[in-house]
Design a protein around this ligand. Structure first.
Ligand SMILES: CC(C)(COP(=O)(O)OP(=O)(O)OC[C@H]1O[C@@H](n2cnc3c(N)ncnc32)[C@H](O)[C@@H]1OP(=O)(O)O)[C@@H](O)C(=O)NCCC(=O)NCCS
Length: 172
């Protein structure tokens, strides 16, 4: 295993995200957008837009050890520039549709939580559509609690959508 990488699930390696991953990361993001259950966003950004606010230390990809291909990613941004919120981040996790339900999302989130705690993050938050049962279940199983549901928060393809707010508070 290379330094800075972790093997957390059979056949997978988790390593820091890099510019060379751009095309694949954005393609996986686009597949997530197409599910209609991942995010309010409807357009894939450029790589520069995508990484602009992301915290590099917390951005990771999962690669298939057999093919070397990126099969999922996790990344986060600060929720506010105010010093009091310096340890509060909001993350996204996306897995390639051809690699779902084999532990990729869980491995990414476990690695992300560990990296966040190493970086001094105390609260990780996430906003998830209620219909995204896979994501809700994954997050709950790793210590995220539901803070509440924001009703009819925004329009997605013309339809008002609720959003479930989750957070994971570190012990520290
Ligand atoms: C949500 C997502 C990241 C889960 O990734 P994954 O690699 O498929 O999930 P894993 O195989 O690691 O499964 C982890 C847990 O998620 C839940 N889960 C996964 N697939 C599920 C499904 N189809 N239905 C219900 N729960 C599911 C289970 O709790 C599972 O735990 P278990 O294996 O102990 O049962 C993935 O479905 C995805 O990328 N979806 C599209 C993008 C998206 O919605 N991202 C989240 C935005 S908030």
């Amino acid at each position: 295993m290379r330094p800075g990488t972790t093997a957390t699930a059979p056949g997978l390696e988790i390593r820091p995200m890099r510019d060379g991953d751009a095309e694949r990361v954005l393609a996986i993001y686009e597949a997530g957008l197409e599910t209609g259950q991942a995010t309010f966003e409807t357009v894939v950004p450029s790589w520069a837009e995508f990484i602009a606010a992301k915290l590099p230390r917390l951005s990771h990809v999962a690669t298939d050890l057999g093919t070397g291909e990126v099969v999922g990613w996790v990344a986060a941004s600060r929720v506010s520039a105010r010093p009091v919120y310096a340890g509060v981040v909001e993350h996204s996790v996306y897995v390639h549709p051809g690699h779902m339900s084999r532990g990729v999302g869980r491995a990414l989130l476990v690695a992300f939580i560990a990296a966040s705690e190493d970086a001094g993050v105390w609260t990780i938050q996430s906003a998830i559509f209620p219909e995204n049962t896979a994501s809700l279940s994954l997050h709950r199983s790793l210590g995220f609690r539901v803070v509440g549901t924001r009703e009819r928060l925004g329009r997605h393809h013309g339809v008002w959508r609720d959003v479930v707010m989750l957070e994971r508070r570190s012990a520290g």
